[in-house]
Write a protein that binds this ligand. Sequence first.
Ligand code: PMP
Length: 454
Amino acid sequence: MAREFPLTPEAVPSVDTNLRRIATKLPVPESLPILEKLHRYEPLAMRGQPPVVWDHAEGFQVHDAYGNCWIDWSSGVLITNAGHGRREIIDAIVQQAQSGLLTNYGFPSEIRSRLVERIAELLPQPLKKVFLLTTGSETVECAIKLSRVHGFRAGGGAKNIIVSYSDAFHGRTLGAQQAGGIPYLKEWIGNLDPGFVQVPFPDGFRTSDTSFDYFERCLHERDVDPQNVAAVLMETYQGASAAFAPNEYMRALRQWCHQHKALLVLDEVQAGFGRTGTMWGFEHYGILPDLALFGKGISSSLPLAAVAGSAEIMDSQPIGTMTSTHTGNPVCCAAALASIDLVVNEKLAANACQMGNVLHRRLRDIQSRFPKIGVVQGRGLVAGLACVKDGPTTPDAGLAWEIVRHCFEQGVLMFAPVGFGGATVKIAPPLVITEEAILESTAVLEEAFESKCK
Ligand code: PMP
């Protein structure tokens, strides 16, 4: 369960380097009216992030309006792959806005044609049809629909089961939340659809058995006949921990899905567009999904998301039955085209790989000093440190929160994820981060563990 940061300004040591500056109490006393207004008018559930009022952000840094500056390890929430506030993206947005076309629903527009072509050309076969939406959750809902339609066609009405994973996060809408694997987030649903079944994610940490046999055994224990599985839906890496599955497991899963006429759906909402050191997260596994879902880093800015798949799957719905009011909004398309150009032209996936090596080496050093870090997971520029207590895999949310708070006070900004009982310290900077910034920010992280694990 996420915890709230108090709104009482406290004196913190000042920080002044080339990359970070903390020169006030935190939260900043002058910012309290804004924070209080948000508390008054927004639901409680919106709280939980460090109380910095974002004013502007550039590259891998976030600034408030009071002279403070943080190295950003959040990328918003893994949005700004090409960096915050990139001039090229701003210009593309302004140019499109000035053209006078601000929206066009599903009516044809040239800019939407360019974006779907660009994404399809970057993706491997058979992912050559692209449906644009606005949020990651919508892509998951769309994938559920396409999967069930596929299941009905391939095996009749009983082939409607969507298998997904414990601790998974796929969004907050009804279907996406049921496909998710974090039980307390589903309590509100009440009558859970029995067509959603979760099995343990083979992370090698909380689930020690990472063999594919275990997947099959778990389905058997849950009375799931493989013939009734319409799709397996998986985050390419788990957002809650940054854990990847073993390659052998993924190859066996790919084979199993073929054998049982089930779709393999990879949720790349976090993993796509360079984050993990390759353009697509699934490249690490050497397999191809039937459907891939994108969001967040697709535009580094405005809300846009996409489902990609083969013509056979994507064209399974009749004309006019897959629409959304803001599908491929022209201004969002302009932002996405500019962001994709930056990711490709500046080789940001390669930078994520190189900088990720620096990051993960430092994190492993830090882990070796502090037994309260149960595991370090992730690849490229995403990492999760699991804080543990009283046993090798028991979450320590209190420690993770203290670490996030310490880093925030020292000019390194992270969000607090909900997975692994709130005990993951998640690191996901913009892909333009430099080695200097990684070394400086990981030194702050190390000090945080030193001060909290005495
Ligand atoms: N899938 C994954 C893997 C995600 O991380 C998220 C958001 N954190 C979503 C789906 C949902 O995306 P959105 O918040 O844009 O609906």
